[in-house]
Design a protein around this ligand. Structure first.
Ligand code: URA
Length: 210
């Protein structure tokens, strides 16, 4: 499992796609060629890997480097949500289509929206989301390096803006322990009325993004 690496109090969270072979071997995200490019572009704006947090949509490597499957993305989502909630970043940089579609909840292609910051609410946190090309795309086509460099170059001014106005509902108050253990009046139970097949519990709506 490749969970994530960096400063747990970072202002910037990078979200990639999934670990590759190097990352799988070492248990650390973005240490292969893509990671080295990301690290050197960060250095150009005066940031070290240790200053940011780096994670992925998937926490495990898909076999043969295939694209993440919908079920895998859904399965790993709660870990990414927990990372967002704990790190509380100001800026979330989504690297490539998978992270961008997941966190923007939209079908747009990264090539059409890269380098355009947006304000989005992720769980209880409102953040500046900056979609970027995936470093692997920049390794694949050299002209993309300049685009990725330009995207990363937006970070200093975004950080200078500070956190956007927090519009999410605050997390629910924890229930006091006494309320959990206080004796309760017995509640009369209604017998369920059978109407044909028992219905399955309602599933949350699925976004068809991948
Ligand atoms: N590509 C990714 O998306 N993540 C990694 O950790 C490495 C390569």
């Amino acid at each position: 499992m490749v969970f994530g690496v960096g400063d747990p109090d970072a202002d910037v969270l990078f979200v990639g796609e999934a670990p590759g072979a190097d990352e799988d071997r070492e248990g650390v995200p973005f240490i292969g060629r893509s990671g080295q490019l990301l690290t050197s572009l960060l250095a150009e704006i005066g940031l070290r890997r240790e200053d940011v947090f780096i994670a992925n949509v998937l926490k495990c490597r898909p076999p043969d480097n295939r694209n993440p499957a919908r079920a895998e993305i859904a399965h790993c989502r709660e870990y990414l949500d927990a990372q967002l909630a704990l790190i509380q970043p100001l800026v979330v940089c989504t690297l490539g289509n998978f992270a961008t579609r997941l966190l923007r909840e939209g079908p747009e292609r990264i090539t059409d929206i890269r380098g355009r910051p947006e304000i989005v609410t992720l769980g209880t946190r409102t953040v500046r989301l900056l979609p970027m090309l995936h470093p692997a795309a920049a390794l694949y086509k050299r002209t993309n390096i300049e685009l990725l460099r330009a995207d990363i170059g937006l970070l200093p001014e975004l950080l200078a803006l500070g956190a956007p106005e927090q519009t999410a509902a605050p997390p629910a108050e924890p229930v006091a322990t006494e309320e959990l253990i206080a004796p309760q009046e017995p509640v009369a139970r209604e017998e369920p009325v059978a109407h044909g097949e028992p219905s399955a519990p309602a599933e949350p709506p699925q976004l068809d993004l991948f």
